[in-house]
Design a protein around this ligand. Structure first.
Ligand code: CUA
Length: 424
């Protein structure tokens, strides 16, 4: 019945709050539906009485009926209505308060403790009984995602493990933003000068999943049941989710999107290692050798990727604002961390996409076009952004030695695009 209702209304979209994945969104959905039913009931009763009165007591031609008796001030009706209102408010208020508490406090779920599932190395001992923590920082108009326990930072595409509680700390660099990942949880504001928190969980934990299956008794912990649960995480939860800033925050608020990739435990550990390792030089030199060549004889560094990297470090000034892990001189923090940006399914805070929906792979031509477009006309893709104009430091403000405007040429944009695409 529920499925029929949903398919009939086509609510199964990428950012639908009706297709919940995990306990937080589900709690919010249940509360929403309770409110819908209560208010629908009020609408039917009040609207019905209204329609009845309009029809029954409408004026007719040559109507000489006396004025109907007036109920105003009837104590029974007045107290009855007040009582009914209070009752309805309580019916909504109690689950609302429960829901607020439930979604506010990150639950202590032993299966979600880092020690229970994280298979990567170098985890501080005291983290074994903590859930994964992600610090979310809102900027005009992009997102930084820091993983303090793992020592990595990424941007615009967050990666989290399926079925595990993740604690989020939400802060803003500039103005108020709002974190909204419709299918999994929402929304909590990111406010300058304070830290808000919330928790998310993509999919149910084993216990909750088991309860929904109606499983109890001796079979509670069988390997077969665990396998079914693993299959549920793999099939239903392992996916790519769409998020959006949900608080107006300036010119490009509508283009401040983000993505969340939900993966299995091992895939998560691999991702962390990949993020930590970062990138080497295009031609396999050590970074020291590369920089020595860059200083002494830049022309000796040939090939499109080397040309791209030289632009990245030099004329285009990308490294002033962007980190690329591995590269010892790409340390800027004003813009998104670009480590493995070539592995992301979108750029420009989710605005330019190159994911092939059918199989979740990257459309490389589209990806190249997106990088090209973004570097070439950053101001068109995202009006008002600081990569284009930044008090003289943006790529829309590049000048030559005579102080004349000298935007990146098409060839330079091409080489930078190739270099960025190679960061994977
Ligand atoms: Cu950030 Cu709207």
């Amino acid at each position: 019945m529920g499925a029929l209702f949903l398919s009939g209304c086509n609510l199964d979209t990428r950012m639908s709050t009706f297709v919940t994945k995990g306990p937080v969104a589900e709690t919010q959905y249940d509360l929403f539906m309770l409110t819908v039913w209560v208010t629908l009931g009020i609408f039917i009763v009040v609207g019905g009485a209204f329609a009845f009165a309009i029809i029954k007591f409408r004026e007719r031609p040559n109507d000489d009926r006396p004025m109907p008796s007036q109920g105003h001030g009837n104590p029974l009706v007045e107290i009855g209505l007040i009582g009914a209102s209070i009752l309805l408010l309580v019916i909504i208020a109690v689950p609302t308060l429960q829901g607020i508490w439930y979604t506010h406090d990150t639950p202590a779920d032993p299966e979600s403790y880092m020690g229970a599932w994280y298979s990567g190395e170098e985890l501080a001992e005291e983290e074994a009984e903590n859930p994964l923590i992600v610090k979310v920082i809102g900027y005009q108009w992009w997102w930084a995602f820091e993983y303090p326990q793992l020592g990595i930072t990424t941007a615009n595409e967050m990666v989290i493990p399926a079925g595990k509680v993740v604690h989020l700390e939400l802060r803003s660099f500039d103005v108020i933003h709002s974190f909204w990942l419709p299918r999994i949880a929402g929304k909590v504001d990111l406010i300058p000068g304070r830290t808000n928190s919330m928790w998310i969980q993509a999919g149910d934990n084993f216990l909750r999943w088991k309860e929904k299956q109606g499983v109890a008794g001796p079979e509670e912990e069988s390997p077969a049941l665990r396998a079914d649960y693993a299959a549920y995480l793999e099939e239903e939860i392992h996916n790519y989710y769409y998020g959006q800033c949900a608080e107006y925050c300036g010119d490009s608020h509508a283009r401040m999107l983000f993505r969340t990739t939900v993966v299995g435990n091992e895939e998560f550990a691999e991702w962390v290692i990949d993020e930590r390792t970062g990138h080497s030089t295009p031609d396999g030199k050590t970074w020291n050798d590369w920089y020595a060549a860059y200083a002494d004889d830049p022309a000796s560094l040939t090939g499109d990727l080397n040309e791209g990297l030289k632009l990245f470090m030099g004329r285009a000034k990308c490294a002033t604002c962007h980190v690329v892990k591995g590269n010892p001189r790409a340390l800027g923090v004003a813009g998104p961390n670009l480590t493995n940006v070539g592995s992301r399914m979108s750029i420009a805070a989710g605005w330019l996409n190159h994911r092939i929906e059918e199989d979740g792979s990257i459309d490389l031509d589209k990806q190249y076009d997106n990088f090209y477009k973004w570097i070439k006309e950053t101001d068109v893709v995202k009006p008002g952004n600081r990569m284009w104009k930044a008090g003289g430091g943006g790529i829309g403000e590049l000048i030559d030695e005579n102080g004349e405007p000298a935007l990146l040429t098409e060839d330079e944009v091409h080489k930078l695009s190739l270099y960025l695409q190679s960061l994977k």
